[in-house]
Write a protein that binds this ligand. Structure first.
Ligand code: ZN
Ligand code: ZN
Length: 422
């Protein structure tokens, strides 16, 4: 066993896996830009308060999962457990609310949660995140939802489906929550300890309880869809109409509340069939109170976060081809001191001419060993330069696939190779 190992719940993304990552990132950024989203990068850590206030004190994320620390200056900081809070902080701090509205922003990068490590779940994980700030129109919810749907579809996932719910707003939710609490208090000897606690701190979360004991009660629990105010009901109906129109399949799930406190109206998850143990691929929702809560002007918002590790695992399971990695197609082999110096210069010339090139290393190395390396690196052409060739002003270029070789004038070599590997 090696002396040092990576911390539990973290991942080394080795070169062989990078083509998958590169494909996921490329599609995500392409789709975001097609839909008019602009990139925003925020720091990987923020004042702890930013997350505690927005995500909510009673949540698992804030209570159990944050990487919180004091820096040398005594500041209370936390590695971001998600993007939205930091994006909203940046939106307010940089006055993006005076720019064209809505602001459509996307981010991509690592996030951190002290979660129980399991297959596909990491303590440092990578998210693609998109937000639309400044728009109440259900069309914004629809754009966010189609963005992630299209990403999964392009990456080869089939049988996609949204799980969809509305969690109401500050006008209609309190009455529903009271009703839910009353219903649960009448049956409090039949619920799990977690739910007892949730009833106090964030009652909506009793709805996503997985405990056996709570299931019979949940079946008959009051449903928020029947308690939405007119505005929320209309918003929800319009969103569903849009999903029907664009033929994005969804099922209503009255138990879907998501683990964060800031959601209002829409919450959703994307599910895919045929991928083994069933769970959400990603989730998001609307958060109309969040900008105000963090000290900005009252501004509606809606967003989504996609975990990229999970996508990469699925692509492999489904046999989806990754992007072809870009590696140099030319290998420079040489024998002797003068050819070695000339090869160094060739390497320089080729790279300036945008031709990728490996240079053989190690003095006094035999040609056979150099060719073996060229083969392992899957170079398309190997340039072989010896004393005799150099004196004639030529190099031997071997086509590694076809197995034949040609003598090429050194003065023409860059052009010759560019024509073939460009
Ligand atoms: Zn409402
Ligand atoms: Zn429970």
């Amino acid at each position: 066993m090696p002396t040092y190992q990576r911390p539990p719940g973290t991942l080394d993304i080795l070169p062989e896996d990078q083509p998958y990552w590169s494909r996921v990132r490329t599609h995500a950024i392409h789709l975001a830009e097609l839909a008019g989203f602009e990139r925003l990068d925020t720091p990987m850590f923020e004042a702890t308060e930013v997350f505690a206030r927005s995500i909510g004190q009673g949540t698992d994320v804030v209570e159990k999962e944050m990487y919180t620390f004091l820096d040398q200056g005594g500041r209370d900081l936390t590695l971001r457990p998600e993007f939205t809070a930091g994006v909203v902080r940046a939106y307010i701090e940089n006055g993006l609310y005076v720019e064209v509205s809505p602001q459509k922003l996307f981010s991509i990068g690592p996030t951190f949660r002290y979660d129980r490590p399991q297959a596909g779940r990491y303590r440092q994980f990578t998210q693609f995140n998109a937000e639309i700030l400044g728009e109440q129109d259900p069309a914004a919810d629809l754009e966010i939802m189609t963005l992630v749907w299209d990403l999964y579809a392009r990456l080869g996932l089939a049988d996609l489906e949204f799980q969809l719910n509305s969690t109401g707003c500050p006008r209609c939710r309190p009455a529903y929550v009271e009703g839910l609490r009353a219903y649960y208090e009448d049956h409090s000897d039949h619920i799990c300890d977690d739910c007892q606690r949730r009833l106090e701190q964030s009652p909506l979360r009793v709805l996503d309880c997985k405990a056996e004991a709570c299931q019979p009660l949940l079946e008959r629990a009051p449903r928020i869809q029947n308690h939405l105010c007119e505005e929320c009901a209309q918003h929800f109906a319009d969103l569903r109409e849009g999903l029907d129109l664009l033929e994005r399949r969804y099922v209503l799930n009255h138990r879907l509340v998501r683990g964060l406190d800031y959601y209002t109206k829409t919450v959703f998850e994307v599910w895919a069939a045929g991928i083994g143990a069933q769970s959400a691929l990603c989730g998001g929702g609307r958060y109309d109170g969040l900008v105000g809560l963090l000290g900005g002007p009252e501004t509606p918002g809606v967003g989504v976060a996609v975990g990229l590790e999970r996508i990469v695992i699925l692509m492999k399971e489904l046999g989806v081809e990754p992007s072809a990695p870009r590696t140099p197609e030319v290998f420079l082999a040489y024998l002797g001191e003068a050819p070695r110096r000339r090869s160094l210069m060739l390497m320089d010339e080729l790279r300036r001419g945008d031709v990728g090139v490996y240079l053989a290393m190690g003095r006094e190395r035999g040609l056979r060993s150099q060719l073996r390396e060229a083969d392992k690196r899957a170079a398309r052409y190997t340039v072989i330069l010896g004393e005799v060739e150099l004196e004639r002003g030529k190099a031997t270029v071997r086509d590694m696939k076809a197995g034949d070789q040609a003598d090429v004038d050194l003065s023409l070599l860059v052009t010759w190779l560019r024509e073939r590997v460009g």
